[in-house]
Design a protein around this ligand. Structure first.
Ligand SMILES: C[S@@+](CC[C@H](N)C(=O)[O-])C[C@H]1O[C@@H](n2cnc3c(N)ncnc32)[C@H](O)[C@@H]1O
Length: 240
């Protein structure tokens, strides 16, 4: 499973960057999450781990609030252009960090990608110092103006996106959490662009290869028109 996620993201760099250039969505999520995390510290952060750093969108935001930033991702290709002095290719379920060595752990749109978020949450709790802060953002989906899920009734192999409940529950088991929802207005064109990212199209058609699944997602979403609301769950927790 991890190998599949890694390969999917290795193949996603260009489409991911195109989507981010067009929408700025991941930058916005990282900034909102950073503000929630910062609000739970007395005087800012020393070392912060950007867990699932991707192409470095969230790393740039984390670096603004931390003295030291560690960018960690399972995909070598996604991380290739990150300029952070500390870059680690690793699985956030097994962090190559010693106990109580960081002040913050940020999972910007990354923790929902594992089938079970508990191991990564346990690892975050292990590496955080007392009073350290963990933050996560996970998708709640796209909603039509009439309140219905965009994907309801669409013929795909699996649901996209999913995982926000599991992420919240895993964090609630290990930390005292605060949670909420962020809502963004978006267009059908941007929803298609999001699913042109191979790793995101994999959430609709997990059994197809890269090109087939992107083509099938384009076909599936082709008739969508107008504007939608994209919802993301945020969760912030403080370590004891
Ligand atoms: C949607 S991207 C978000 C990247 C970045 N945080 C941002 O805001 O642009 C999710 C990233 O999580 C990484 N990822 C997924 N599972 C992982 C794991 N088990 N360990 C480390 N990174 C993982 C993926 O490789 C991908 O780069």
């Amino acid at each position: 499973m991890k190998d599949v996620v890694r390969r999917n993201f290795d193949a996603s760099v260009d489409a991911y960057s195109t989507y981010e250039r067009r929408t700025n969505r991941f930058t916005a999520l990282a900034q909102l999450l950073a503000a929630e995390m910062r609000a739970r510290t007395d005087g800012g952060f020393g070392t912060v781990l950007d867990a699932g750093a991707g192409t470095g969108v969230s790393t740039r935001v984390v670096a603004e609030m931390a003295t030291d930033t560690i960018a960690l991702d399972i995909s070598r290709e996604m991380m290739a252009e990150i300029e952070s002095p500390t870059r680690l290719q690793a699985d956030f379920d097994q962090l190559p960090l010693v106990d109580r060595s960081v002040d913050g752990v940020a999972f910007t749109a990354s923790l929902f990608l594992v089938p079970d978020p508990e191991p990564a949450v346990r690892e975050a709790a292990r590496v955080l110092r007392s009073g350290g802060v963990v933050g996560a953002v996970a998708p709640l989906g796209w909603v039509r103006p009439d309140g219905k899920d965009v994907f309801e009734g669409l013929d795909r192999e699996s649901r996209s996106p999913a995982g926000a409940t599991e992420v919240r529950d895993a964090l609630a088991d290990a930390f005292a959490i605060t949670t909420g929802t962020w809502r963004f207005s978006t267009t059908a064109a941007n929803l298609r662009l999001f699913h042109a990212i191979p790793a995101m199209a994999a959430r609709l058609y997990p059994n197809l290869d890269t090109e087939e699944r992107v083509a099938k997602a384009r076909e599936l979403l082709d008739s969508l028109d107008g504007t939608f609301e994209q919802r993301w769950r945020w969760i912030v927790g403080v370590a004891e």
